[in-house]
Design a protein. Structure first.
Ligand SMILES: *Cc1c(COP(=O)(O)O)cnc(C)c1O
Length: 375
């Protein structure tokens, strides 16, 4: 490497249409490049307060305990499980993709007794099946991924929420890919614990994990037999910093929080319904273009995400080569399949800033040219 060249002099320009991160608005990048203040500066405490207020609006919740945990989306997942689960707890986890599997892994590591309810990758969780399992016995917690980024499937969170509450369990939802791209309404759906990530439909760089816990969830954490095994993610230590006490816990990532502040401001300035509609319209334009190219979806009709489109690789097409050419010649990134879908699908993300007709048309044109040459 040339030690005289700053990184910014040789960065590539990419259109990020994979499963995340997505592209970031210039004003978010500018916010993150701003000079620092101390994380205990009265100005910064005001910024933290505003971020919390905006997050409550985007999550559609009145939960006091709503803030961005330091770390990526998976840290948010870990925050929820680590604070709510103790060894021996009975937990039910919905699994129809990679992120459901990840929740099973986390809950198991914490000593929970995990019962799984599954659907094949590409299909949603069946609420009727869930209902019969929930009738068998009480669970402490039921977890589901709202938008399964590994398969492009939306799970019926609202219906599942009603069943979970009849059982009396806490309801935990992964909203990493849904928040900012489709409706998320924690209060209306009775969600007790939710986590998200900044780099998907919020169009902010990776590094923070918005989380929200209901008063009932906070009470469950308060009544633990043993303290939370994680010091860094302990809800009560974090509450002392994000709440009224403002007690130092760890140094907040100041620049990341500046970025999130600006990203949330953009979300709310646009308005949630308008933003969801923009994601929907971009998806519909993509559907039309893919059909014209003779491509098919891998996710079940009626349960497809707007912001993450799982597309079958046609017979005889070298899927990795298509992604390589897209990146090298057109500067466009799309995602590969994971797990059982590896080599079989492409994952096209139209998240946040990229959920636009012009972006979709740029992709379709490039994809059309590449596929035309390959066939
Ligand atoms: C991306 C993602 C995660 C993990 O987020 P990281 O930021 O990669 O840690 C969790 N759940 C879902 C549904 C995701 O799409």
């Amino acid at each position: 490497m040339d030690l005289r060249s700053p990184l910014t002099s040789f960065l590539p320009k990419r259109l990020l249409l994979g499963p995340g991160p997505s592209n970031v608005a210039p004003s978010v990048l500018a916010a993150m490049a701003s000079p620092l203040v101390s994380h205990l500066d009265p100005f910064f405490l005001k910024i933290m307060e505003e971020v919390q207020q905006m997050l409550r609006k985007v999550f559609q919740t009145s939960h006091e305990m709503t803030f961005p945990a330091s770390g990526t989306g998976s840290a948010g997942m870990e925050f929820c499980f680590t604070n709510l689960i103790e060894p021996g707890d009975e937990v039910l986890i919905c699994v129809n993709g990679l992120f459901g599997e990840r929740m099973v892994d986390m809950a198991s590591r914490l000593g929970a007794i995990v019962r799984r309810i599954e659907a094949p990758w590409g299909q949603p969780i069946d609420p009727t099946e869930l209902e019969s399992v929930l009738r068998e016995r009480p669970f402490k917690l039921v977890a589901v991924v709202h938008a399964e980024t590994s398969t492009g499937v939306r799970n019926p969170v609202e219906t599942i929420g009603r069943l979970v509450h009849e059982n009396g369990a806490l309801f935990l939802v992964d909203t990493v890919t849904s928040l900012g791209g489709m409706e998320v309404n924690l209060d209306a759906w009775g969600v007790d614990a939710a986590f998200s990530g900044t780099q998907k439909c919020l169009s902010c760089p990776p590094g923070l994990a918005p989380v929200s816990l209901s008063p009932r969830a906070v009470e469950v954490a308060q009544n633990r037999k043993h303290p939370c095994p994680s010091w860094y993610l302990d809800l009560f230590l974090l509450r002392a910093y994000w709440g009224k006490e403002r007690a130092y816990h760890h140094t907040a990532p100041v620049s990341s929080i500046y970025g999130l502040h600006e990203a949330l401001r953009l979300v709310l300035e646009e308005g949630l319904p308008a933003r969801w509609e923009r994601h929907k319209q971009a998806h519909l334009r993509l559907c039309q273009g893919l059909e014209e190219l003779g491509l098919e979806f891998a996710s079940e009709k009626g349960h497809r995400l707007w912001q993450l489109n799982a597309v079958k690789v046609p017979e005889g097409v070298d899927e990795a080569n298509v992604r390589k050419v897209l990146l090298e010649r057109f500067g466009i990134e799309i995602g590969a399949g994971l797990g059982p879908l590896r080599g079989k699908i492409w994952r096209i993300g139209l998240m946040g800033e990229n959920a636009r007709i012009s972006v979709v048309e740029r992709l379709l044109e490039a994809l059309g040219e590449i596929l035309h040459k390959q066939s």
